[in-house]
Design a protein around this ligand. Sequence first.
Ligand code: DLL
Length: 434
Amino acid sequence: MNQYYQPEKETASRDQISSWQLEGLKKTVQRMYDHVPYYRAKLEAVGLEPGDIRYLEDIRKLPTLSKDDLRENYPYGLLASPLSDCVRIQSTSGTTGKRVIAYYTQHDVDLWEDCCARAIVAAGGTKDDVVQVSYGYGLFTGGPGLNGGSHKLGSLTVPTSSGNTDRQIQFMCDLGTTILCCTPSYAAYLAESIHEQGVRDKIRLKAGIFGAEAWTEEMRRDIQDQLGLKAYDIYGLTELSGPGVSFECHAQAGMHVNEDHFIVECVDPNTLEPVPDGQRGEIVFTSLDKEASPMVRYRTRDIGILTHEPCECGRTFVRMSKPLGRSDDMLIVKGVNVFPSQIEEVLLKNGYQANYQIVVDRVGNSDTIEVRVEMTPDMFSDDLSEISRYEKHLVAALKSMLGIMAKVSLVSPKSIERSEGKAVRVIDRRKLYV
Ligand code: DLL
């Protein structure tokens, strides 16, 4: 095992954890103050210097960061290491030119992979396992993160990436895959296909590590029943490294935050005041040991619940619930982050008015997204073949903005209900959050 992966830390005393966290917090604030002029200006604006951080509670004095800060500083603005020390980037899905880029030094890659290795161990993984990584590889962090974690553990890693379902199943059968890593919706789709192909008895899966999108307990039960495995949740975001910020243990009762690498806060999204254990709030993270893209009080916009209650697994790291919603309007459709404002931008650019509705649904195990938009009065008089041409044009424009296919339906002018208050632009029928 390498120098970073230290499972004994997962059962450290709370005092010990607090002491690591204070040290890491001071180091990170100093690093950002020294190397990130934008952050230095933010600190100065509230009259703070790194030396003002003496206790862990002082974190509350620090300004927060959000996706907007990252976008505003695209592409290099928040970089805290020389570019020549960086060995990798990863990126979130998003508008061209507004993507969020995370940079990694070799040290950052190691820390991240260790967090993923811990998640695999918590799911019962050992060096004797065959770990099939069916998250996407590339800019998305899912594939590279779990791939690295599996290597660190010494498991046999099968980097199938997502898609090509027949080949996935073939490898599962031929290599005796024991741990499957992918999004829960893809796991459900794989389960369906395995049953259709009648090869369930050739599947040796014992665990699945599923995350990157919301999924219900009902979906967990279905996947577990159909694949005969135990399904573990895993959470993370690109801005903080990727998957492995938190992960489930065998108790399946919340995800342990890797607290030797991150401080987690749960706050009221409006006042930023701390919310007690057991109550819903926005989850905010601070990294403790990241070099290239450190984060101080990063607002995830994910709504969750924290608990410091002891866990039956013996880990002392705080647990967070599944994300229970968002404090912004971001949707995750087919694993891709979609903001309604991106759709609106495409519509306006193409000469439509902002009279539209976005309908998200789940058919079988696959997300669908439909954009309903009113035709302009001159289109309304055109014949049907013309209308289908307009629709196809919008489908292509949306694909280029979002990276996924959306169905487009042009509806007659004034047919979308007008609202006197906030317009209801998004209808999400998936009921993913409780
Ligand atoms: O989704 C990283 C990841 C990859 C996590 C593989 C787990 C497994 P992003 O693309 O930056 O990163 O999206 C981050 O996805 O703020 C949540 O809203 C959502 N999310 C991540 N994990 C979960 C989960 C990756 N387990 C955003 N349950 C986050 C619900 C999740 N939502």
